[in-house]
Design a protein around this ligand. Structure first.
Ligand code: ATP
Ligand code: MG
Length: 385
């Protein structure tokens, strides 16, 4: 809380109310670390901007100003309500209000609607403290309306099941069943961010179980079969890339490739997908070299959980550790040496030669030594008959 106190104190000294709000307060009561500190105040954004020497106007439209202190940045948001919702997501405008009570009423869950004063007093207008004690995820106000307003909140509820191990209260669960279809209005980016956070929770399987039991996954067509696979096989822990790979092998490879993820992740998914589809269950050194240790280990894990094959984890790791080279640049005869030896213009032929060298070194045909490799190349490619 340390530095955020400076901000609250400064705002107080200028005659404004200010509190820590949101996830930090929830986690404070749960004795959990949270470095994401949000401050709410009745000072208008322009005022916040004036009071603090260094600010960034991050989300001025939504009343948020980032205050930069020496060692950290804090988001300071003016008390507000949210008025019109478009397509069950993000209000198009916000109205600033003068008191905390109205501000907390716009928040998603009671556990996220608490405020913390500078002297550690909890302000609770919605019964959030009791719900945290009882480990219950309850919307602020009518769950049906709140999920209609913003469909992402349903996914946030599952995310909190995973990260906190809490239970979604019955009416909210019913409202999720009734409004699940609205998730189609939420962008893939936002959905993946929530799943990424969900994966990190220690109760991920519980979250998936609830998600599937409410048929919410039926409205996530690209992820649907993958979620069913996870629920059935209990294959955890997973990261987002592994989760999407499971979705790919569970039927939606082409659609997964269309998702907004990095080309690097797409490549990794493709590698595992292909090994899995080819029913690869043995992992010789050249394969581990080409496809990477992590991808081979994950293909093995998929096979163990989905196809009940023998676990090859130990063999894969041992094979990897005993490999004389792990990347192309480990070869003692470099690209420049090859050019000099062949006395040819550089081109893609170099990587063909290097591939050949890697393979031969990996299968033990010769040692990774400069002179040995040079002789091999001379004999194979340059010797005139
Ligand atoms: P985390 O610990 O992951 O940061 P968080 O609860 O702080 O979780 P944030 O996304 O940082 O989540 O949001 C901060 C606060 O803003 C929430 O605690 C909640 O009060 C409010 N909030 C966030 N998203 C929504 C939403 N979709 N609808 C209503 N209120 C929301
Ligand atoms: Mg937060």
């Amino acid at each position: 809380m340390n530095n955020s106190k400076v901000i609250i104190k400064t705002l107080n000294e200028h005659g404004y109310d200010a509190y820590i709000v949101g996830g930090y307060v929830r986690d404070f009561l749960l004795d959990k670390e949270n470095s994401d500190i949000d401050i709410a105040t009745n000072a208008l954004p322009d005022v916040v901007k004036e009071i603090f020497p260094k600010t960034i106007l991050t989300g001025l439209k939504h009343g948020t100003v980032t205050v930069c202190l020496k060692d950290a940045q804090y988001e300071v948001t003016t008390f507000r309500t949210e008025s019109t919702y478009i397509n069950n997501r993000k209000p198009d405008q916000v109205a600033f209000v003068s008191n905390l009570e109205e501000d907390v009423k716009r928040r998603d869950f009671t556990m996220n609607a608490l405020a913390l004063t500078i002297d550690h007093q909890i302000i609770d207008y919605v019964g959030g403290k009791k719900d945290i004690e009882d480990k219950i995820i309850r919307t602020v106000g009518n769950p049906y309306d709140r999920f209609q307003e913003d469909a992402l909140r349903m996914l946030r509820a599952f995310r909190f099941v995973s990260t906190l191990g809490f239970t979604i209260e019955n009416e909210a669960l019913l409202a999720i069943k009734q409004n699940a279809h609205l998730i189609k209005n939420i962008s893939h980016e936002r959905i993946l961010i929530e799943f990424d956070k969900m994966m990190r929770g220690t109760n991920f399987l519980k979250a998936i179980e609830v998600l599937v039991s409410t048929s919410f996954h039926e409205h996530l067509p690209i992820l649907k079969n993958g979620l069913e696979t996870i629920n059935k096989t209990k294959i955890v822990p997973l990261d987002l890339f592994e989760f999407l790979t499971i979705c790919a092998v569970s039927s939606s490879y082409e659609q997964v490739m269309e998702l907004p993820i990095s080309n690097h992740n797409k490549k990794e998914i493709r590698i595992v997908y292909e090994m899995f589809e080819l029913d690869i269950i043995d992992y010789p050194k050249p394969l581990i070299f080409r496809n990477g240790l992590r991808n081979c280990l994950f293909t093995n894990k998929l096979n163990v959980f989905l196809n009940h094959t023998t676990d090859k984890k130990t063999e894969i790791i041992e094979a990897y550790q005993s490999m004389p080279i792990h990347k192309q640049c480990d070869v003692k005869f470099k690209g420049d040496d090859i050019i000099t030896l062949f006395n040819k213009e550089p081109g893609s032929w170099i990587s063909d030669v290097l591939d050949d060298l890697c393979l031969k070194i990996l299968i033990g045909e010769f040692q990774n030594e400069y002179q040995v490799i040079k002789e091999y190349l001379q004999n194979k490619y340059l010797k005139r008959s």
